[in-house]
Design a protein around this ligand. Sequence first.
Ligand code: ADP
Length: 401
Amino acid sequence: MKALVVDDTKNDRLLLTKIISSIGYQVESASNGAEALEKIRKEKPDFIISDILMPEMDGFRLCRELKNNDGTKEIPLIFYTATYTDPEDEKLGMLEGAAGFIRKPVEPLKLVEMIRSALLKHRTGTCAKAEPVITDDREYYSLYSQRLLNKLENKAIELENTRNKLESAFEELITLDRHKDNILSNVTHELRTPLTHAIGFLELAMSETDETRRDACLEKCRGALFRENKVITRLIETANLEKGHIRPVIEIMDVGSMIKETIQALMPNAIACGIDISSEIGADLFAKGDKILTKHMLANLLDNAIKFNRNGGKVDISAYRKNENIEICFSDTGIGIPRDKIDKIFDKMYQVDSDSTRRYGGIGIGLSTAKSIVEAHRGRIWVESKAGMESKFFITIPQEL
Ligand code: ADP
């Protein structure tokens, strides 16, 4: 028994050939209607399975040619299509005398079952007649062109949608590219600034003959190198957190004391900016977690509350126990966050102002790191803010991990 597979897609041809060979057919294949007709003229197959949308001669026209020819009209032809899937397409196919109409893709076993059933119906005369039911050429071509037009219209809509998608993807890429450039220049700036200071103070110290003034320069050089170290440490920590290289060490943490220690550590920054820090820390704020990571997260939030504040502003920190959780809030009277930026604030390397001319330093990784740390403790972090007025960062972490 012989079968002919007609499809312009090589992989579909190969797959169909494999499936149909597996049920005992000797399979020939063709890549369009015209090539199929040539093969059929040389040797008639027992059935044909054909795609519809193909170059040179499509499946509809192949079917019409076969059914209009006494020598080939008895050969059952089954359509197997992924593009002409409209009920009207099926109607035209069956009116042309096809033995079956199958929509791609169908699993191999199911496809074999569908082919067998179509061939049985053809043999018993319960489905298509051997000749095309539409005998009037004008009627046929009108129906045929309607189907083509419909396909073209759908394709045009599809192309328009794809064009729109491409346009927005392109715009997104441009924004991302700009964002990447900003990140690079900000990181470079943050790395270069303390280093330039350190070199400057070191050179001054080397040329200084007065011992007290030289020590003062060296002290400033050390401070700048500490700042450099802080930036590099932050970058490495973030990279490690990203890669999951940091394994949290779980122990009992006294979160209340940790907040107090963080305030003490950052007090010199606050004083330098004329910021008043007040706190309300409840009792028994114990939780299980990683002390180093949690301290890092607390320092990031307090650092931001001071940095993004106004001169002479305030920072209030509260921490208390609520049910099985510890709730912490960092509240500041600073620049706030515009409503349309608030959703992005915890994204990696996002900064509300990332221009090279921005007022505040930083590389935009503090909040994304803080979020990863809070989530590693099965907690939650969120922000409420009024642009130009205040920001409140809330954290809740469960006492038990
Ligand atoms: P960085 O401080 O290095 O810029 P962060 O990840 O800590 O990075 O913060 C990301 C951005 O979120 C900041 O650049 C800033 O625009 C905004 N932001 C963070 N904290 C505050 C705050 N307390 N008030 C206003 N804006 C803030």
